[in-house]
Design a protein around this ligand. Structure first.
Ligand SMILES: NC(=O)c1ccc[n+]([C@@H]2O[C@H](COP(=O)([O-])OP(=O)(O)OC[C@H]3O[C@@H](n4cnc5c(N)ncnc54)[C@H](OP(=O)(O)O)[C@@H]3O)[C@@H](O)[C@H]2O)c1
Length: 295
C-alpha cells in the first residue's frame, strides 16, 4: 500500500486518477481550499501532513486564453508549484508524477513531436507549463512527466461537452480544421498512469529505484490524429437533429492565445518503456460518449 497525494482531484484527469489509483493504497486529494498551488506554504503544509510516497500533480492553471491576462498566477501554479512539489518529493523520498502539454511546442514540425524535440511555446500557458517541466526535471526527485494533449472527459469544461451542448442549441457550428492533434480522454491518461505506477511497485510498495531509473519525460496521448473539426464531427456523428459542423481556418477564429498547428505527440518512448499500446482516439471517444449517455 502506498500513500498518494493527488492535486487537482476535481479536474478532468484528477477525477479519473482518484478512481484509477485507488487500488494502490490511500489517495488523499485535498480541495484547492486545503492545497492551493499558488501558495508555497500551502503546498509544504499539505505534503508534511499527508507524508506521501508519491505525489501526483493533476492540478494546473488550464485556462489557456485567460493565462494571457493572468501570466503571474499561471506561472505560480504551472511553473512554480511543480518545482516546489518536486523539491518536497525529493525531501521526503517520494516520487512525483506530473502532467504537461503539447503547447510547449510551436506546432511547426510536420511529424509528431518526440520528447527531445526543441520546445518553443507560442503562448503564456505553454511557457508556464514548460517552466514547470524544468522545475521538476531539475529537482532531483524521482519523477515522471507525461505530456498530453486535447484532453476531454465526461465532466468539467472541455471541447466534447461544449460540442454536445452547441450541437443541440445551434443549426451550424464552425470549427477549426487546420490544427492537428489527438483527442485524449482523461480516463486514458489516468489508466495509463495507473499502468505505469503498477510497474514501479514491488510487493505493493513503491520501488523508488525503479521509478528513478525510468525518470523523465514521456508523451502520452491517444493514437491517431484528427482536427478539431474532425473531432466535432465524430462527437456528433449519427445523432439526429444536431448542428451541421462546418470547417473554418484558424484565422477565422481569433483567440487571445495562439495555438500550435501541429499538436501531435509521438508515444513511442512510453510504449517502449512501459509496454503499452495506446488506443486510437476514437476508442476513448466512444467510451466517453457512452458514459455521458450519448450512445
Ligand atoms: N485540458 C487539456 O486540454 C490539456 C491538454 C494538455 C495537457 N493538459 C494538462 O493535463 C493536466 C490535467 O488537466 P485537466 O484538463 O484535468 O485540468 P482541469 O480539468 O482544468 O482541472 C484542473 C484542476 O486544477 C485545479 N487547480 C487550478 N488552480 C489550482 C490551485 N491554485 N491550487 C490547487 N488546485 C488548482 C482545479 O481546481 P478547481 O476544481 O478548484 O478549479 C482543477 O481541479 C494539467 O497538467 C494540464 O496542464 C491538459
Amino acid at each position: 500500500m502506498i500513500r498518494i497525494l493527488l492535486t487537482g482531484g476535481a479536474g478532468q484527469v484528477g477525477w479519473e486518477l482518484r478512481r484509477a489509483l485507488a487500488i494502490f493504497g490511500y489517495v488523499v486529494a485535498p480541495t484547492r481550499e486545503l492545497l492551493d498551488l499558488a501558495s508555497a506554504d500551502s503546498i509544504i503544509a499539505a505534503v508534511n501532513s499527508v507524508r506521501p510516497n508519491m505525489i501526483v500533480n493533476a492540478a494546473a492553471y488550464t485556462a489557456v486564453d485567460r493565462a494571457e491576462s493572468e501570466p503571474e498566477l499561471a506561472m505560480q501554479v504551472n511553473g512554480g508549484a511543480p518545482r516546489i512539489l518536486a523539491e518536497q518529493a525529493a525531501l521526503h523520498g517520494a516520487a512525483l508524477i506530473h502532467y504537461s502539454t503539447d503547447y510547449v511546442f510551436d506546432g511547426r514540425k510536420e511529424q509528431p513531436y518526440r520528447e527531445e524535440d526543441l520546445t518553443a511555446p507560442i503562448n503564456t500557458y505553454g511557457r508556464t507549463k514548460l517552466a514547470g517541466e524544468h522545475g521538476v526535471a531539475g529537482s532531483g526527485a524521482a519523477h515522471l512527466i507525461f505530456r498530453t494533449s486535447w484532453v476531454y472527459g465526461p465532466r468539467g469544461h472541455n471541447f466534447l461537452l461544449t460540442m454536445l451542448k452547441l450541437g443541440r442549441e445551434r443549426k451550424e457550428i464552425k470549427v477549426v480544421n487546420d490544427q492537428f492533434g489527438a483527442p485524449t480522454s482523461a480516463r486514458l491518461i489516468a489508466e495509463a498512469t495507473a499502468g505505469v505506477v503498477a510497474k514501479t511497485l514491488s510487493d505493493g510498495k513503491l520501488d523508488l529505484n525503479a521509478l528513478r531509473n525510468a525518470s523523465g519525460l514521456y508523451h502520452l496521448t491517444a493514437s491517431g490524429h484528427t482536427t478539431w473539426h474532425g473531432f466535432a464531427q465524430a462527437i456528433l456523428l449519427g445523432k439526429s437533429g444536431m448542428a451541421k459542423v462546418l470547417p473554418i481556418p484558424t484565422s477565422a477564429y481569433p483567440t487571445p492565445a495562439r495555438r500550435p498547428q501541429n499538436s501531435l505527440l509521438d508515444n513511442a518512448k512510453l510504449e517502449r518503456q512501459f509496454g503499452f499500446e495506446l488506443p486510437d482516439w476514437k476508442v476513448g471517444l466512444e467510451l466517453c460518449l457512452e458514459e455521458v449517455g450519448e450512445r
